[in-house]
Every structure is written in C-alpha cells, then in structure tokens.
Design a protein around this ligand. Structure first.
Ligand code: PEP
Ligand code: MN
Length: 357
C-alpha cells in the first residue's frame, strides 16, 4: 500500500525533474545569448547588481518550505554555471566573498576589529620624531583611541618631499606604542621591509599606490600578520577585491579593507570618497571595512561629515590623520586635524559608535 504511494510520488518527482531539466537548459540557452551580446559589445559578463536583484526577487517570491538560504544556495550555483555558459571562466569561489559567511572579526592585541563595532584609527600622516609621536600617543591614550597610525615609509609624489624616517620610524612607533599601550599601524612599501615591519608594527598597511603590488600582497598573504589594504586610487572595486584575494588566498585571514577615495575630475577634494564602496564591500565580502576620511578629502572641514557618512553606511571604522601642530607637519599639513578638531570629531561620531567609551 505504502509502496504504491511512494511509487506515485517518485513518478511525480521524475516528472518534476524532467521539467527542471528542461527549464535549466532553456535558461542556459538564454544566458548564452546574453553572453554573446555582451561579448560583442565588450560588456563585463559578471553583473553582481543583477545577481543581487534576482536573489531579492526570488526570496520575496519564495513561499517555502525551502528556506530563503537554501533557495539562495541553489541559485548561486545556477548563476555560477550560467556565467560559465557565457564563456566566462568558471570562477573559483573567492575566499574574500561574502557567500554564507558572517562578518570576519580580526583580533589585534585586545582589540576586535569588525563585526559591528566602530574603531577609530588616528595618528599623524608621518612619524617625524619621537617627541612628536609621544605627544600624539599620549593624547590618543587619554581619549581611549586604541590604534595609532604613523607612516615611516612615505610614498610621496615628489622625490624632494619628506620621504619618512624609514626603519627608524618603525622603531619609534614600537617604543611609543609600547609606552602608551597602543596598537600601531604603518605602511610597508617594499617586500624587503616586511620582515622587519612584522617585528615592530601590529598592523601592516598597504597603501593605495601598492594595492596592485602583487609580490607584496603575496608576501603578506604568506604571514598571519594583520593587514590593512587600501583601495588604489584608480582601482575598481573588482580589482580591489581581487587584490584582497591575493592576501587571503595565501592563507592570511587577518585582513581589513580601506576605502580612501578615488581619482575623479573633481578638484575641490583631493580624491572623491566613493561612499558606495562601503555597503558594496560589506555585501560582497565578509571583511571589516574602513574609510580613510583624511586622504579621501584632503581637507579638514568636511572630515566630520565624511566620518558620519562612512559609519552610517556601515563602515567598521575610520582612519583619520591628526597632528599636535598641523601647520608644521612634514607631510599632509593641510588635512591633519589638530587636537581640538579631533575631539570635536569624536563628539559628532559618538552617537554612531556605541562601542567608543
Ligand atoms: C597613508 O595612509 O599614509 C597614505 C599614504 O594613504 P594612501 O595610500 O591611501 O594614499
Ligand atoms: Mn597622509
């Protein structure tokens, strides 16, 4: 009796399978045609926006019993194979991609970065001397800011501009951060400095100009050292995400991304802060996302507004340049906040950072 019923259900399932098979092949034919058109027009075949729209529609239509998560998993596979039908190389799933992963939290010392907390990284553009850094570190300590930035190797447009103190800058960072129990972040520009930087610095920064320095990325990928990777000022988000993948695919999961403005025709700011990068990167990756509000703007007056916009759009933290006496700073004098300005900035962003004490 029950065997008969099971047999009937199975025949029904066979009929459904047949229909699914026919529909999948029909879908594949259509995506191949779309692929041909895109190919002839030189348009990128992978369209994450279209994919997100389809997910949204499907989950809205879904009445169960399959959960939205299961529906998404099934369709993600269908989309992946559609892309390969379009002639696009079948993509290896990217480690940095959001997928089903929850937010990555990177632990540096006692500080947890990511996962909904808002972190402030502040400090001078460049380490200039011990006294300068000590003054700034003591101020940051008094405000409870956990991470101090300071460039030792400064990639400057002009070879005649201050180039940073180099390794001595790393040493000063280490001494001063130890003194005030702060975590440090500083840029590495050359593969030869990585080993030393790992000894002296807590988070290694890869600057905008080196985002696509793949040898540097690979080298840092082979370590477990926390890395903050900045977006190149001429890089698309896709290129940025691939650069991040270089680090993560090497085995280093301790990765932070930082939007820092891109070059556009606009001249009233140094760069144009691409605020949409924040929600997109949060959606497309599982990594903590920072915004460098200083290099984005290149001017002080709009930093509080950019900081609020960044946090409101989902950034896990902001990076800001401060100096005890900005007019005499050896680099980026016009964009570094003085102590009063930094304190006012903190006041305006407190409501957006439940975590700041
Ligand atoms: C910096 O943070 O010191 C810096 C040089 O920034 P960017 O690489 O974003 O220009
Ligand atoms: Mn700077």
């Amino acid at each position: 009796m029950s065997e008969e019923r099971i047999g009937e259900y199975r025949r029904e399932i066979d009929r459904i399978n047949e229909k699914i098979l026919r529909l999948l092949n029909k879908r594949a034919e259509i995506t191949t045609r779309i692929g041909e058109i895109k190919e002839s027009e030189g348009v990128e075949k992978f369209d994450p926006k279209r994919e997100s729209e389809q997910f949204a529609k499907l989950t809205k239509l879904n009445r169960g019993p399959l959960s939205n998560e299961i529906i998404k998993k099934i369709f993600r596979e269908i989309f992946r194979y559609s892309l390969s039908m379009m002639g696009e190389d079948q993509r290896k799933p990217m480690l940095v991609h959001r997928g089903d992963k929850s937010d990555t939290v990177v632990k540096v010392g006692n500080v947890e970065i990511g996962g909904g907390k808002s972190i402030i990284i502040a400090g001078p553009c460049a380490v200039e001397n011990e006294r300068q850094l000590d003054t700034i570190a003591s101020f940051l300590r008094s405000l409870g800011v956990p991470i101090m930035r300071g460039g030792a190797f400064k990639p400057r447009t002009s070879p005649y501009a201050f180039q940073g103190l180099g390794i001595d800058g790393f040493r000063i960072m280490l001494d001063v951060c130890k003194r005030y129990d702060l975590l440090s972040i500083s840029e590495v520009v050359d593969t030869h400095h990585v080993e030393l930087a790992m000894e002296y610095i807590d988070i290694l920064q890869i600057g905008a100009r080196n985002m696509a320095n793949f040898e540097l990325l690979k080298l840092l990928g082979a370590t477990r050292k926390p890395v903050l990777l900045k977006r190149g000022y001429m890089a698309t988000l896709e290129e940025f995400v691939y650069a991040a993948e270089y680090i993560m695919s090497g085995g280093n999961p301790n990765l932070l991304l930082c939007e820092r403005g891109i070059r556009t025709f606009e001249r009233w700011t140094r760069n144009t802060l691409d605020i949409s990068a924040v929600p997109i990167l949060k959606q497309e990756t599982h990594l903590p996302i920072f915004v460098d509000v200083s290099h984005s703007a290149g001017r002080k007056d709009i930093i509080p507004a950019l900081a609020r916009a960044s946090l409101a759009s989902g950034a896990d933290g902001i990076m800001v340049e401060i100096h005890h006496n900005p007019p005499v700073a050896l680099s980026d004098a016009s964009q570094q906040l003085d102590f009063d300005q930094f304190q006012s900035l903190l006041k305006t962003i407190y409501p957006l950072c439940e975590d700041l004490s």
